[in-house]
Design a protein around this ligand. Structure first.
Ligand code: XIL
Length: 452
């Protein structure tokens, strides 16, 4: 609000001073150049309006705003066909629900008109809105509900569903080391920034995933030519650079992902262990804490329900950290499970092992395979029902853990045709809550039922 008032006053000052300059010298705008405005991400999106703003353009006395239903701007709205506006922000109103609009802006000073700004698109909310409906996950749940996202799936219907249903996002792969740190000394935060900025602009929380993961380690790190000491310095710098960049924006980080071997619980012999020693995990956790005193530090792993030996190893490490004061706040059970396994009681008892430690518990990557044995070519009604029951059980377990242990329950993707599992297992599956046409499945109903 203060910001608005400030902008308003600054706007008056800018217009006034522009007019004064213009009055003082009649020819002052001859040959003047105005730079094109840069519009930010639309916010305050409702069924029939949204808000956009842009930094002041030096010398501009007003702006011309176009809003259209096509990105070529052939179908301009009659009230937003070069609408003249004195300030560098506007609430566009009178729109249809569930409709995508495109906006562009020009700066003007008398007869001088700048180039067009960038074009931004925004989809208004659907009828019924995103507040109040108890069929939306986030409204029905008392804990944050998350979803894994990709930066190129944050518009249109994806965006609408994310805004309706979710409180939190996790980047599916764009905040991993191979993407953010592709070559030595060169960070690339393009996709990570786009994801985090979108979430912040739309009021969603961000869970950071994952700083250190053997499966997303760039080859230059695997083949690092320096000494072990140089390797460790490089990792410290990487972790601190990333954590500092997203300080105050990312709520929590999976700092080390999947550090233990299946069945034996041995520490995985990753390049990090080889170069930094058996205590590499606590080194990483300490660096995160040094960079951000507030951010929540998570350990995250798969098969935590079904692999007792591996779970014991991870839980023992957490206990040891807690005893010795190594910073750790939470534990992520990935929850890549199947429609028929594991059973509800086992999920509940293993979850209790974490909450008994006093750590936050994140069900961090839930998907429920409907076709683990590849006996289906399409999702059958029966399997969809079985999947619904399994999702319901998972949610019942999560809902019943102590309030102070709850962090979030995150679904690993939106639509069945976007799941990572098809590539991973090499055969069809339908493990998510939405089908490929953006319709909710029985699994979605199962989630809501689990909250009853
Ligand atoms: C997967 C993503 O879904 C894929 O898009 C990516 O190519 C590979 O990683 N455990 C994890 C996740 O912690 O990061 C993995 O995500 C799935 C298994």
């Amino acid at each position: 609000m203060k910001n608005r008032l400030f902008k308003f006053l600054l706007g008056i000052l800018t217009v006034t001073s522009t007019l004064l300059v213009a009055c003082g010298d009649d020819d002052s705008d001859d040959g003047a150049e105005l730079s094109a405005p840069e519009i930010g991400t639309p916010t305050e999106i409702t069924q029939n309006s949204f808000f956009i703003d842009w930094p002041f353009v030096e010398g501009a006395e007003a702006y011309l705003i176009d809003v259209a239903t096509d990105d070529e701007f052939n179908d301009l709205l009659t009230s937003y066909d070069a609408l003249r506006n004195g300030f560098s922000e506007i609430t566009v109103t009178g729109l249809e629900a569930s409709t995508t609009y495109f906006v562009r802006v020009q700066a003007v000073l008398r007869d001088v008109v700048s180039d067009y700004s960038n074009v931004v698109s925004v989809t208004t909310l659907s009828e019924g809105g995103n507040s109040g409906s108890d069929t939306f996950l986030k409204n029905a749940a008392d804990f944050p509900v998350g979803m894994a996202v990709r930066s190129n799936r944050l518009t249109g219907q994806h965006e609408q569903i994310l805004l309706d249903e979710y409180d939190q996002i996790t980047s599916e792969y764009e905040m991993k080391m191979n993407i953010m740190y592709p070559s030595e000394g060169n960070f690339d935060f393009t996709s990570a920034d786009a994801t985090v900025d979108w979430a912040i602009d739309n009021g969603l929380e961000v869970h950071g995933h994952a700083l250190i993961w053997h499966n997303a380690t760039p080859s230059w790190v695997e083949n690092f030519s320096g000494t072990d000491e140089e390797f460790e310095d490089m990792i410290e710098d990487y972790i601190k650079t990333v954590v500092t960049r997203y300080k105050g924006k990312v709520k929590s980080w999976d700092v080390v992902n999947e550090a233990f071997e299946d069945n034996t619980g041995a520490l995985r012999n990753s390049v990090f262990r080889q170069r930094m020693g058996d205590d590499y995990i606590e080194k990483c956790y300490n660096w995160v804490r040094e960079a951000d005193s507030e951010v929540l530090i998570f350990y995250n792993d798969y098969s935590m329900v079904i692999d007792a030996v591996k779970r014991r190893a991870a839980i023992n490490l957490m206990k040891d950290f807690i005893d010795r004061g190594v910073p750790v706040d939470g534990f992520g059970f990935q929850m890549h499970i199947s429609y028929d396994f594991p059973g509800k009681d086992l999920i509940a008892s293993t979850a209790k092992e974490v909450t008994d430690l006093g750590l936050l518990l994140h069900f961090s990557e839930l998907d429920v395979r409907a076709n683990p044995n590849n006996d289906l070519v399409a999702l059958t009604n029966q399997r969809a029902l079985d999947q619904q029951i399994k999702v319901r059980e998972v949610v019942e377990v999560y809902n019943a853990i102590p309030e102070e242990s709850k962090f979030a329950l995150t679904i690993w993707g939106m639509r069945d045709d976007e799941t990572w599992l098809v590539d991973f297992w090499g055969h069809p599956d339908w493990p998510l809550l939405y089908d490929s046409d953006f319709n909710t499945k029985k699994a979605h109903t199962g989630f809501l039922e689990g909250l009853d």
